[in-house]
Design a protein around this ligand. Structure first.
Ligand code: ADP
Ligand code: MG
Length: 224
């Protein structure tokens, strides 16, 4: 269970104070696929970043699977991120100088997984994402859909319990986007990963287990 309890987060921009999240509470059961919608600026990315340990809230708390994450020491918080969280962004954000295989294996290397096990897991994932012969390719040789599938494989390589996807289909055509989301669901189901995805895409919200709609940093009960 992921529990967001009365979280408020503000940013300062010049003399202006922008409340990105305003007293947000929600809970997400393990293994569910949750879509987060709302207009640009409504607080979606901030919510994902708070849950992923990247953005400490000003008020309130976040508990992931029994751990109140911002009560952890800096070292423990970074271990939480390294082991339990995977991120997929709008742009794949692959490391351009690493091969596809090394990109996918990167979080495993960070977690101290040895080369042999890493390579085994990478091969399994390459098959799973439909790119069995792309191991030695560089990111620039991939189409945007392929790059996003590699980014997805990298995000879940270390079997995190939380996959945070911030508008992952925004740069893909709708068919390619749908395929990427289907794949994300399948890979998530493999090991009960909770997927939280910020998206504007109605085709995606339609297949989510639950939808959270944000408006001006608050949960909008009347879903549009
Ligand atoms: P969304 O992802 O829904 O577009 P965000 O969470 O990115 O929304 O942003 C919510 C609000 O917080 C916006 O008004 C945005 O400009 C502001 N904001 C987000 N991050 C920062 C930051 N690092 N510095 C200043 N303002 C920010
Ligand atoms: Mg955003």
């Amino acid at each position: 269970m992921i529990k967001v309890d009365t979280v408020t987060k503000a940013f300062h921009s010049g003399r202006r104070r922008i409340t990105a999240l305003d007293d947000v509470s929600l809970s997400i059961e393990a293994g569910r696929f949750t879509a987060v919608t709302g207009k640009s600026g409504s607080g979606k990315s901030t919510l994902l970043n708070c849950i992923g340990g990247l953005e400490p809230p000003d008020k309130g708390s976040i508990n992931c699977f029994g751990t109140t994450i911002y009560s952890l020491s800096a070292g423990e918080l970074s271990r939480f991120q390294r082991q339990e969280v995977g991120f997929v962004f709008q742009q794949g954000n692959l490391l351009s100088y690493l091969t596809v295989a090394d990109n996918i294996g990167f979080p495993l290397a960070l977690n101290g997984v040895n080369r042999r096990l890493r390579s085994k897991r990478v091969i399994t994932l390459l098959h799973r994402i439909g790119l069995p012969s792309a191991a030695n390719a560089l990111p620039k040789e991939l189409s945007s859909g392929e790059a996003q599938r590699v980014a997805l494989a990298r995000a879940i390589a270390h079997r995190p319990r939380i996959l945070l996807a911030d508008e992952p289909t925004a740069n893909l055509d709708s068919a390619t986007g749908q395929q990427a989301v289907q794949l994300m669901r399948e890979l998530g189901r493999d090991h009960q990963c909770s997927i939280i995805m910020a998206t504007h895409d109605n085709d995606i919200t339609a297949i989510a287990d639950s939808v959270i709609c944000l408006k001006d940093g608050r949960i909008n009960e009347e879903q549009p």
